[in-house]
Design a protein around this ligand. Structure first.
Ligand code: NAD
Length: 681
C-alpha cells in the first residue's frame, strides 16, 4: 500500500492509500464522538468526495475503539453543530462508498455513525450496541431506523430496549456488520471499499415479519422496562420504521431523543454514569499488588458468594471453615449456582468443571500460605473475627493483604489485632456477593495505600464499582440505609402502616419497600445488633415484633404475614394492633400520613445522613452515596440517588423541612449544603 497524501491535523487524520481516503479518528482517551470529531469527519468526507483521485473512503478509529459513543458531557445543553445526523447525511450524500472499519466498543452514536456508512468491516474483538435506553434516552441519529432495516423490527426492539452488546460474530450473523476481518483490518476495509458500492441502509425496506413477533418483542421489553418513558419511546420509534416514511421517522426520533436527553431521568442516569466512573479515583494512583490466589474464611452465605465472585473472574480460591461439613456446604452452594448458569445457557459443563477445579477447601489455616489476599467472612462477632484475623496473619506470607467483610464492627479495633495493622482493609460485599455491582472498601486509620489500591483494583476486575468508606458505624451504605429505615419505622409509629410505607416507596421506584426488605433479610439480625450495641437507635415496634417471634419470612411472619409456600407479603391486622398499642404506650397520637409525606421524609432522612457521612469524611464524595444506594440498596436509578434528588430541590425548603423534622432524624446535619456540589448533577 502506498500513501499519497497525509494530513494528521486535528482529531481526524486524512490519508489516501491505494486511491482510498482513510479518515482516522483519534480522540483520546476513549475515542468518543465530540464536536471536533464530527467536524473532522464531515470535512474529511467533503474532501474525499471532491477528490477525483479517491474512489472510496474508509472511516477507522484507533486500536482501542472505532468510536465508543457520543461524549455524554455534551448532553446537558444544546448540542454543538455539526450534530451526528448531519455527519451521517454527508456520508450518505457523498458519491463515494464509505466503509466503517470497526474496533473495540462501538456503542450508541459510534454505532449510528457506522450504520450511516455503506458497509461495516469489524475486527473480531469489536462489540456493538445501542445503550441509550439505559441512559434514559433513545438513539437519536437514526439507530432506531437503520437497525430494524438490517435485523427486523422485533430484534431491533430487543437490542435497543435491552441495551444488549453484541460481539463481532453475533453482529455478523445479525447482518449489522458485513465482514469480520481476519488479518489486517485496515487492509481488508480498503479492499472492501474498493469493491463495494453505495448502499444506504435508510433506503432499504424493513424485512417483513409476522406482526405477532413484533408485538411480542414490544410487550416483553415494555414489561421489562417497567413502562419507563425511554422504553416506550424506543418501541414507538422502531415501529415507525415499519410504517412511516424515513425522513419523518428520523425527525420524530431526533425530537424524542432531545426531549428525553434533557429530561430529569436522563440527567439522573448521566450523573450515576459519571459518578460511577469517578469513585475511588484518588486510590487508583497507588500500585496495587498482584493477586492470583484468594483465601476466604467462612464458607457461609457471604463466604461462598465471595469465593464465587473471585472464581468467576479467573482467580483460584482456598475456602476455609471450621469443619468439612461447612466447607462441603459452601462448595455445594458454588456448584449449584454454576449449575443454574449451565441450565440457563450462561456456561457449559466444561467451564463448570474448570471453575470447580479452581476451588480448594480446608479446615486448616495452613492452607492459606500461598494466598495473595485473604478475606474473612466469619460470624459478625468481634472476638471470633479477632481470633481469625490473628490466625490469618500467622498463616500467610508477609506481602499478603488481609481483608474483613464485617458489616458493622470497628475496623480500626480489628486492625489492632494484627502485628502489622496496615495489612487490614474492609472489603464489604453485598449479598448475593457474586452478583451485586458494588463493593464497599473500608479504609482504616492505618490501612496501607497499596492494600487499599489492591482492593480497589480487584473490585473493578470483579465487575464491581469500588466505593471507599472511612471507618464509622455501618460505613456508608448501611448507615444511610439504616437512617431511611428508622424514619420509615417512625412514620409507622406516628400513623402510617407498613404496607402504606412500602407502597409509597415502591411507587417512587424502589424495587421493594423497606418492610418487605426487612422481612426478607430477617428482623433478628438488626434486633441482635441493637441488643449488643445499645444506643445504635431504638426501634420499639421492631423489637416487639421480634419478641413475639416474628423474624420475617423465615418464621412466616414479621411486618407482614406469609403463607408457608409463598414470599408474598400479606397485610396483618395483628401488626396494626401491635403498632397502635405501642403508640399508646409511648404517648404518640397517630395521624394519617400521606404517600407524599412518606416519600419526602424517607428521602430527607437519607439526605441528612449522607450529609453527615460526607462532613465526617466517612464518604469522600457525596456522589459516592448515590452510586452506593442505587447499586447496593435498590434506590431507583432513574431518580439518581438521594444526593441527586436533593440537588434538584430548593435548598431553603429542604433546610426548613429538616429543621421541622428535628430530633425525629436522630441528629440533624449541621450543613446539608455539603451535598450541594452540582458539578456532576
Ligand atoms: P454465615 O453464618 O452464613 O457464615 C459464617 C461462616 O463462618 C460459617 O460457615 C461458620 O462456620 C464460619 N466460621 C465461623 N467461625 C469460624 C472460624 N473461627 N473459622 C472458620 N470459619 C468460621 O454468615 P454470613 O451471613 O455469611 O456473614 C459473614 C460475614 O459477612 C459477617 O461479618 C456479616 O456481617 C457479613 N455480611 C453479611 C451479609 C449478609 O447479607 N448475610 C452482607 C454483608 C456482610
Amino acid at each position: 500500500m502506498t500513501a499519497t497524501v497525509t494530513d494528521q491535523a486535528g482529531v481526524v487524520g486524512y490519508d489516501v492509500v491505494d486511491g482510498v481516503a482513510v479518515l482516522r479518528i483519534v480522540n483520546p482517551p476513549v475515542n468518543s464522538s465530540t464536536v471536533a470529531v464530527r467536524q473532522g469527519v464531515t470535512e474529511g468526507i467533503r474532501r474525499a468526495s471532491a477528490d477525483a483521485a479517491v474512489v472510496a473512503v474508509v472511516l477507522i478509529g484507533t486500536d482501542r475503539a472505532f468510536v465508543t459513543g457520543s461524549d455524554l458531557r455534551e448532553f446537558d445543553g444544546p448540542l454543538p453543530d455539526p450534530q451526528l445526523p448531519s455527519v451521517i447525511r454527508a456520508i450518505e450524500q457523498s458519491p463515494k462508498t464509505v466503509v466503517a472499519a470497526l474496533t473495540g466498543p462501538v456503542l450508541g452514536g459510534g454505532l449510528e455513525l457506522a450504520l450511516g456508512c455503506d458497509a461495516r468491516v469489524a475486527h473480531p474483538t469489536t462489540v456493538v450496541g445501542l445503550p441509550e435506553v439505559s441512559l434514559g434516552m433513545i438513539p437519536g441519529a437514526g439507530g432506531t431506523q437503520r437497525l430494524p432495516r438490517l435485523v427486523g423490527a422485533a430484534r431491533a426492539i430487543q437490542i435497543v430496549c435491552s441495551g444488549a452488546r453484541l460481539g463481532a460474530a453475533t453482529a455478523l450473523e445479525a447482518g449489522i456488520v458485513d465482514v469480520v476481518a481476519e488479518g489486517d483490518l485496515l487492509e481488508q476495509a480498503i479492499a472492501h471499499a474498493r469493491s463495494a458500492s453505495k448502499r444506504l441502509l435508510i433506503d432499504l425496506p424493513v424485512p417483513a415479519e409476522s406482526p405477532g413477533a413484533v408485538e411480542a418483542a414490544a410487550a416483553e421489553q415494555l414489561r421489562k422496562g417497567r413502562g419507563r418513558p425511554q422504553v416506550v419511546a424506543a418501541v414507538g420509534a422502531i415501529l415507525m420504521a415499519v410504517s412511516v416514511a424515513a425522513p419523518a421517522a428520523l425527525r420524530h426520533e431526533r425530537a424524542e431523543f432531545d426531549r428525553l436527553r434533557l429530561g430529569r431521568e436522563a440527567r439522573a442516569l448521566r450523573h450515576l454514569f459519571f459518578s460511577g466512573r469517578a469513585t475511588a479515583r484518588e486510590y487508583r494512583k497507588d500500585a496495587a499488588k498482584d493477586v492470583t490466589t484468594v483465601g476466604v474464611i467462612g464458607a457461609g452465605t457471604m463466604g461462598s458468594g465471595i469465593a464465587r465472585s473471585f472464581v468467576d473472574h479467573g482467580f483460584s480460591v482456598v475456602l476455609v471453615d471450621t469443619d468439612d461439613a461447612a466447607t462441603s456446604r459452601g462448595v455445594e452452594r458454588l456448584v449449584s449456582g454454576w449449575q443454574r448458569a449451565v441450565r440457563s445457557g450462561g456456561m457449559d459443563d466444561t467451564e463448570l468443571q474448570r471453575r470447580r477445579d479452581r476451588v480448594t477447601t480446608s479446615t486448616s489455616f495452613d492452607a492459606l500460605g500461598g494466598c495473595d489476599l485473604v478475606i474473612e467472612a466469619v460470624f459478625e462477632d468481634a472476638a471470633v473475627k479477632s481470633d481469625v484475623l490473628r490466625r490469618i496473619e500467622d498463616a500467610v506470607g508477609p506481602d499478603a493483604v488481609i481483608a474483613t467483610n464485617t458489616s458493622y464492627l470497628d475496623l480500626d479495633a480489628l486492625a489492632q489485632q494484627l502485628q502489622a495493622p496496615h495489612r487490614l482493609v474492609g472489603m464489604h460485599f453485598f449479598s448475593p456477593a457474586h452478583a451485586t455491582k458494588v463493593l464497599e472498601i473500608v479504609r482504616g486509620a492505618e490501612s496501607g495505600s497499596a492494600e487499599i489500591a489492591t482492593a480497589v483494583s480487584l473490585a473493578r476486575v470483579l465487575g464491581k464499582t469500588p466505593i471507599v468508606s472511612g471507618v464509622g458505624f455501618g460505613f456508608i451504605g448501611n448507615r444511610v440505609f439504616a437512617a431511611y429505615r428508622r424514619q420509615c419505622e417512625l412514620m409507622v409509629l406516628e400513623g402510617a402502616l407498613p404496607h402504606q410505607v412500602d407502597a409509597a416507596l415502591q411507587e417512587f421506584g424502589f424495587a421493594m419497600g423497606p418492610f418487605a426488605v426487612a422481612d426478607m433479610s430477617g428482623l433478628d439480625i438488626a434486633w441482635n445488633m441493637r441488643k449488643s450495641r445499645p444506643g445504635t437507635g431504638d426501634a420499639v415496634i421492631a423489637d416487639r415484633l421480634c419478641e413475639a417471634g416474628r423474624f420475617g419470612q423465615k418464621t412466616g411472619a414479621g411486618w407482614y404475614r406469609y403463607r408457608s409456600d409463598s414470599t408474598e407479603p400479606i397485610v396483618d391486622h395483628e401488626v396494626e394492633a401491635l403498632v397502635e398499642r405501642t403508640a399508646q404506650d409511648l404517648g404518640v397520637t397517630r395521624r394519617p400520613i400521606s404517600a407524599g409525606e412518606i416519600v419526602r421524609r424517607a428521602l430527607l432522612a437519607m439526605v441528612n445522613e449522607a450529609a453527615q457521612a460526607v462532613s465526617e469524611g466517612v464518604a469522600s464524595s457525596a456522589s459516592d452515596v448515590d452510586v452506593m444506594l442505587t447499586l447496593g440498596y435498590g434506590f431507583p436509578k432513574h431518580e439518581g440517588g438521594p444526593v441527586f434528588w436533593y440537588r434538584q430541590e430548593d435548598p431553603v425548603v429542604v433546610d426548613e423541612e429538616l429543621r421541622q423534622l428535628g430530633d425525629r432524624l436522630g441528629r440533624v446535619s449541621d450543613d446539608v449544603s455539603v451535598l450541594a456540589d452540582r458539578t456532576t448533577a
